[in-house]
Write a protein that binds this ligand. Structure first.
Ligand SMILES: [Zn+2]
Length: 115
């Protein structure tokens, strides 16, 4: 069990409960998170934390959906985005190093569904 994911999930659930209240939801069906490939967060740990923490009446039947976001960088030379990973951030076309990471580090609540 990793503390990092638990604290992420605690703050996520705080937000979810607030949003649900704003929307007058009685039950939350689905919670979707966007997680960048490079965020360093583990899906299994998030799922585990979610199941541990969801014992609020409103969240009991909720499903956690983790939407992975592919890591991309922008090449100033080629004027286009290309996929990157932890070990290789060089443009596959021209070989230059990009400091403009477009996607991959995100970690946020994307949507909640309920009624
Ligand atoms: Zn390039």
């Amino acid at each position: 069990m990793r503390l990092h994911e638990i604290s992420i999930m605690e703050s996520t659930i705080d937000i979810v409960l607030k949003k649900a209240e704003e929307c007058n939801f009685k039950t939350i069906r689905k919670v979707t998170l966007k997680i960048g490939e490079l965020s360093g967060v583990m899906d299994e740990a998030l799922n585990f934390a979610f199941n541990e923490l969801k014992n609020y009446s409103m969240l009991r039947d909720a499903e956690l959906c983790i939407d992975k976001v592919k890591a991309m960088a922008y090449c100033e030379e080629c004027k286009e985005n290309y996929p990157i990973d932890h070990f290789n951030k060089l443009c596959p076309r021209c070989g230059s190093f990009s400091s403009q990471i477009v996607n991959g580090y995100e970690l946020y609540l994307y949507s909640i569904e309920g009624e």
